[in-house]
Design a protein around this ligand. Structure first.
Ligand SMILES: NC(=O)c1ccc[n+]([C@@H]2O[C@H](COP(=O)([O-])OP(=O)(O)OC[C@H]3O[C@@H](n4cnc5c(N)ncnc54)[C@H](O)[C@@H]3O)[C@@H](O)[C@H]2O)c1
Ligand SMILES: O=C(O)C[C@H](O)C(=O)O
Length: 336
């Protein structure tokens, strides 16, 4: 029996992350080895040639799952019938900028794209925003798509989650696959809270393992507060400084992880994604904030009932406070 291709729209497809995404998606990395895909690549006119070049290379790579590739410079046809959308197209920050500095520059992109999704995407559309500031851009897109359930709009914090796994695995002398239930809370920005208080390896708690490895509870706590949290939260800036431009392949890989888990379900404990807040854990309703989430039956569900100590409460409040400020800023710019 032939399976109908799933239509996936990628914006900014002629850019760096776009190039790192396309070939993995075409090889089945989101939907698995049995589901054919059709790719709609959206660019601005200046980026169309790069996207067309990528489309030529996709043809040359002869992916059996790739049924069709189309390049657009107009959002309306690019999102028509779309089942999955990865909104990457936006200007990246450069050295010395915070992601919030991109609010005005990039915010204007996401309203029209939300409207185009509202107008023509498939009923099961699922959107992840990668372009920064990702959380608030997702909020802008959702606010222009009144007929699409708001929970279909999400933003990427899986990169931060994966960065946290990488740091913990290196420090504990293990591999990332052994780690369970790490959480990124809040904004994809320097205020985010990478939280290991519920994390485990083979049933042992990560805080206890860190204490054993680093020489006591106090040293482990110091490492978490002074090294781990800032290292993860500022990793984007570290990459910009070392590489000379912002993260690309790791961001594409995380976006694929996010979409794959959303569609196919999470397997081992929870992961992190920025989803529309229902008010859980003190995050004001409607903000697109990162939470511990599981994907069940094709929907992200915020993990409920976790104990949050005073330190965590303070850190979560700071990051969701920043998201609330960003919401006010885009409101005053007339973007929502
Ligand atoms: N959320 C995350 O974890 C994460 C990680 C890395 C990068 N990013 C962000 O992803 C974005 C893209 O990064 P990149 O390195 O690919 O940048 P890039 O400059 O290489 O590519 C961006 C592409 O988007 C295109 N574009 C701009 N406006 C567009 C629009 N309105 N419609 C369609 N396409 C448009 C540009 O022409 C360009 O080709 C940046 O905002 C960056 O900060 C987010
Ligand atoms: O930090 C950036 O500006 C790019 C991206 O958001 C990242 O986290 O690498």
């Amino acid at each position: 029996m032939s399976v109908k291709p799933v239509t996936i729209t990628i914006t900014g497809a002629g850019g760096q992350i776009g190039y790192a995404l396309l070939f993995r998606i075409a090889s089945g990395a989101i939907l698995g080895p049995d589901v054919p895909v059709r790719l709609n690549l959206l660019e601005i006119p200046q980026g169309v040639r790069a996207a067309e070049g990528a489309a030529l290379e996709l043809q040359d790579a002869a992916f059996p799952l790739l049924h069709q590739v189309d390049v657009y410079d107009d959002a309306t046809p690019a999102f028509a019938g779309s089942n999955l959308a990865l909104l990457v197209g936006a200007r990246p920050r450069t050295a010395g900028m915070e992601r919030g500095d991109l609010l005005a520059a990039n915010g204007g992109i996401f309203g029209p794209q939300g409207a185009a999704i509202n107008a023509g995407a498939a009923d099961d559309i699922r959107v992840v925003v990668v372009g920064n500031p990702a959380n608030t851009n997702a909020l802008i897109a959702a606010s222009h798509a009144p007929d699409v359930p708001a929970e279909r709009f999400t933003a990427l914090t899986r990169l931060d989650h994966n960065r946290a796994l990488g740091q913990l695995a290196a420090t504990l002398g293990t591999t990332v696959g052994t780690l369970r239930d790490v959480t990124i809370w809040g904004n994809h920005s320097a205020t985010q809270f990478p939280d290991v208080s519920h994390a485990t390896i083979d049933g042992e708690t990560v805080p206890a393992l860190l204490a054993a490895r680093l020489g006591g509870v106090d040293v482990a706590r110091e490492w978490l507060v002074d090294t781990f949290i800032p290292r993860v939260a500022k990793r984007g800036a570290e990459i910009i400084e070392v590489r000379g431009s912002s993260s690309v392949a790791s961001a594409a890989s995380a976006a694929i992880d996010h979409m794959r888990d959303w569609v196919q379900g999470t397997q081992h404990g929870w992961t992190s994604a920025a989803v529309v807040s229902d008010g859980s854990y003190g995050a004001p309703e409607g903000l697109v904030s990162s939470f511990p989430v599981e994907s069940v039956d094709g929907e992200w569900r915020i993990v409920q009932g976790l104990e949050v100590d005073a330190f965590a409460e303070h850190r979560i409040a700071a990051s969701v406070g920043e998201l609330a400020d960003e919401r006010e800023a885009v409101r005053s710019l007339g973007l929502i």
